[in-house]
Structures are given as structure tokens and as C-alpha cells.
Write a new protein. Structure first.
Length: 350
């Protein structure tokens, strides 16, 4: 019987340690698993402790007890460290400085946002967005959420005002090959690549996608010379790992593709695409194809689009021809886009 108690204690300790990583590989656990994860995690820690006590009470050998406790204690202690909010430090607006001058090199890769009212700002990818994953910012008195999933290289900018409430987000983990987030106000679980509330109080809600460009600092400033340039304030403390260590650890995403629910045919897995959604239709524009033809018209459903891409700057402008409305283009690796758009069309240069 003591072996049963030991195995139970060991498995419960492993679950508590890897709680937020399990749905990444066991899709059947679903989004519900992430919800209220802190309480559920403590349940497995306590369960492991109970089985440990039963194991100790039913084992005669002190040596067996001491040796057996080592791996269990390791996972229980690791469960206290392996908590995503302490790994990826989501930045708040008070931690994001907005400057007109910067010491960033001009070839720094940035994500730029223009509110179409003469106000613009750019955020450096490697210095802020990638190691932090989430920036809960305010720009020109309007909330803005900048998010990045290293698992599938999806950069997304959202309006985090939902049903009149400003939401602030933290990283939870990866599900269906894409990052999932939790808002602090309601504990709702959100899919980063779609901006959809998947589980919790706000389930079914959808954040508005805001247009952005991913380019170099020099090219952004050519287009928007009066742009603000974001910088992380010096009082931001690293989590368990430094930003440099996190960037090295995340190189695993260059080879690892986690399980999903969609077949990934059509393009190479890590082909970078610009994806758009409109009136129930979706389409991917591979950069490799855009380099062959930079300016053209296209149709998505019944909507005619005017598209212009600059391969030197990586700027893409997609305009609804009839209304002049800007259609936000999302930057993803192919598998990140295809996962949530299984019926997507793929544009090819003619």
C-alpha cells in the first residue's frame, strides 16, 4: 500500500509543478484547467502532502523515506517557483516611459502604433515586448494592450476596454500553439492570437484589434518623425529569470511546435504571414509572396482591398477600397495563424 501512497504523492507533486504547462501538451484539459489555477494548484500540493504523510506512516525504513522524499520535495518546491506571473513580468503604464529621444540603435526592431489622429508610438521588440510578452499601456489617454507570443511569433495590439471595463493582463501559458492570458479584473481566460475570451466571466467577448506595423526604428521614424519611443523604466524588477536568460530559453520555440487542433498544411510552419479577418472570411499573405508583388488589389469575400507592401521596411497597408477603412494586418508564423483560421485563404502573387 505504501507504494500506492508514494506514487500518488509523486504524481500530485508533478501536476502542481507543471500545472500551467500540462494543457499545452494535453489538449483535453481545455481552458477550464487554467481558470482559478492558483487555488487548483494548491489542491494538488496539499494532496501530495497528504499522500506523503500516508507513505511515511506506512514505511518502516528511514532510508527509504528520506530517499523517496527527495523528488517529491523537489517538485513541490519547484511548483512555488514555476508560476508564470513571476516568470513573465507584464508591464504597466507606469513602467513604460514615453520618450522623444532614445539611445536605441536605428536598426532596432519595433512594433509601431499610429492612432490615425497624428499620435504614434513604437515599442522595441527585443528590449521590451518579447521578454515581457504583455504591455498594459495607456497612450493619449486611451488603453492599449501590446502582446506577443513567442510560441508562434504572433504580435497583437488590442483595445483592452471590454464592456466598459479596462482590463489588465498577465501571461498564463500556451494552448493550441498560442499564448493564453488572464485578465486581473475578472480572471477570464483569453486567447492571445484572437483576442477572444475563452473561459470565465467575460466568455464570448472579443477585444478590438488595433492596426500596427513591425519594422525598424529608423523606418518607423521616417514615417512618423514625431513618434514617441517606449522604454522600460529602470525600476522594473526581473522575475525568476533575467530578460537575457528568458530570450535564450525561448529559443526552443524555433524548433518545437506544440499540439493543436488544426491541420497545418498549406505553407511552411514558420513562414511569416500577414493575416486579415473580414466579415467571416480570413486570408494569409505570406511575406515570400508579397516580395514578388508589392502593390495590388485583392478580394476577400465580396470586399475589394487595396494592398501595398514595402519589403524594405516591412510596412503593409491594407485598405478597404470602397470605404477607405484600414484593415488591421496581423503578423504570425503560419502555424499560429492557421490554428485559429482553418479555412483561411492563402494569397499568391500572379
Amino acid at each position: 500500500m505504501n507504494i500506492v501512497f508514494y506514487i500518488s504523492a509523486f504524481l500530485a507533486a508533478i501536476v502542481s509543478a507543471a500545472y500551467l504547462q500540462l494543457p499545452t501538451f494535453i489538449l483535453a484539459l481545455g481552458y477550464r484547467w487554467f481558470h482559478n489555477y492558483k487555488i487548483k494548484r494548491w489542491f494538488f500540493r496539499i494532496l501530495s502532502f497528504v499522500f506523503v504523510m500516508l507513505f511515511v506512516a506506512n514505511t518502516q525504513s528511514l532510508a527509504v523515506i528520506l530517499i523517496g522524499l527527495i523528488p517529491i520535495l523537489f517538485f513541490l518546491i519547484f511548483s512555488l517557483l514555476n508560476a508564470n506571473p513571476k516568470v513573465y513580468i507584464s508591464l504597466s503604464e507606469k513602467q513604460i516611459l514615453k520618450l522623444k529621444e532614445t539611445d536605441y540603435p536605428l536598426d532596432t526592431e519595433v512594433l509601431g502604433f499610429d492612432d490615425e489622429q497624428g499620435n504614434s508610438i513604437c515599442y522595441p521588440l527585443y528590449e521590451m515586448i518579447k521578454p515581457r510578452h504583455i504591455l498594459n499601456d495607456t497612450f493619449q489617454n486611451k488603453p492599449i494592450l501590446v502582446s506577443y507570443c513567442m510560441a508562434c511569433r504572433s504580435a497583437m495590439v488590442y483595445n483592452p476596454l471590454v464592456k466598459g471595463q479596462r482590463l489588465h493582463f498577465d501571461v498564463l501559458g500556451v494552448y493550441r500553439r498560442n499564448m493564453v492570458m488572464m485578465d486581473r479584473e475578472t480572471g477570464t481566460i483569453w486567447q492571445q492570437g484572437t483576442g477572444e475570451a475563452i473561459f470565465g466571466t467575460l466568455k464570448g467577448s472579443q477585444m478590438e484589434i488595433l492596426p500596427y506595423q513591425q519594422t525598424t526604428l529608423s523606418e518607423w521614424l521616417k514615417q512618423f518623425p514625431n513618434s514617441f519611443i517606449a522604454k522600460e523604466s529602470n525600476d522594473v524588477k526581473d522575475g525568476i529569470f533575467s530578460k537575457e536568460r528568458l530570450m535564450k530559453m525561448m529559443k526552443v520555440t524555433e524548433t518545437l511546435v506544440t499540439p493543436g487542433k488544426t491541420q497545418l498544411d498549406g505553407l511552411p510552419l514558420r513562414e511569416t504571414v500577414f493575416g486579415i479577418e473580414l466579415n467571416g472570411y480570413s486570408k494569409a499573405y505570406p511575406i515570400s509572396e508579397l516580395k514578388k508583388r508589392n502593390e495590388f488589389t485583392d478580394k476577400l469575400g465580396e470586399t475589394e482591398l487595396s494592398i501595398k507592401y514595402d519589403p524594405q521596411t516591412n510596412f503593409i497597408n491594407i485598405i478597404e477600397s470602397k470605404s477607405g477603412k484600414i484593415i488591421p494586418a496581423q503578423s504570425h508564423w503560419w502555424f499560429g495563424w492557421k490554428e485559429f483560421h482553418p479555412e483561411t485563404e492563402i494569397w499568391k502573387a500572379k
